[in-house]
Design a protein around this ligand. Structure first.
Ligand SMILES: [Zn+2]
Length: 49
């Protein structure tokens, strides 16, 4: 399982419909809204990692 960096929900990579690539890494999202938020400001959601 991957973790949605926006809402911290578990996302199954195999069935994830919403993905985004950032700096060569693929991120998975539970919903289009999370993907949109992430793409608007990826660094804000990756800081805590
Ligand atoms: Zn989410």
């Amino acid at each position: 399982m991957a973790i949605d960096p926006v809402c911290k929900m578990d996302v199954n990579e195999a069935t994830a419909k919403f993905t985004s690539e950032y700096k060569g890494k693929t991120y998975y999202f539970c919903a289009p809204g999370c993907k949109k938020l992430f793409e608007r400001d990826p660094e804000a959601y990756l800081k805590g990692e």
